[in-house]
Design a binder for this molecule. Sequence first.
Ligand code: FES
Length: 279
Amino acid sequence: MRPALRIADAVPTRATVIALPPAAEGLKTGLARYDPVVAVMAAGAVVRILAPLIAAGDKSSDPAILVVDDAGRFVMPILGGTAAQANRLANALAEILGAVAVVTTATELAGVPGRGQPGGPVGGGVVGGGAPGGVDVPGRRPGGMTTGGWSGKPIFVLMGTKDMLETLTHHDELLADPMSKRSEQPEFATNPNRSARSEFLVLIGLCTHLGCIPTFRPTPGAPDIGASWPGGFYCPCHGSKFDLAGRVFKSVPAPTNLEVPPYEFESNATLLIGVNPKA
Ligand code: FES
């Protein structure tokens, strides 16, 4: 079933499907009548259509607009991520579709309040000052990633699929530090998966070059990264590449693997970041 119909099926009293060709007209109609709007079309096309319609510089009045690809694999908030709660909706739609929510709002990833927000924590139990903080585990969604914050840094939690875990054993020769000998991780994560439980990867989402937030790029062979790309994390700032265990590739600016923070499983649904597991 197409993504729009799957969403409408899941929340029949709260979703209206507009199938008005051409797609640009459907999107404009949706924008005039509804907030939020979920566009099942290419992100570039949505940006092109919306650009003349969005008030310049006034983020507070942005509607929530999200994009879902035609295969229903990714949900990306385009506008209104924080103020209009598009990021939260992206996570909810990802649950419905079994997709990955691609949230790029820097403040949300870093776990600090966005502009115009009251000064409370956001996301999954974010705390500052190095105190332990909770982050949700992406339960029931192999391949899904949740984000949170700890000590002012973004935290990525990825639940690897069988295929993702399998790729980790096949490209050591491409990596600068495959055994994580020069990289930072707790002792319990000094293994090829760099994790306490092999299916869950927990990383500090800051590139070890100059600290940009890498993007989650799980699709192998992505044309803009290269045919040998096994899936992982890509830092568009200067092109650093990390695999699905956060291990850095050779010949990129980042010197070491993405850092693994200390953490323990508080429950099957929540991680406590900032503490090592009890012995
Ligand atoms: S900050 Fe990531 S490559 Fe430079």
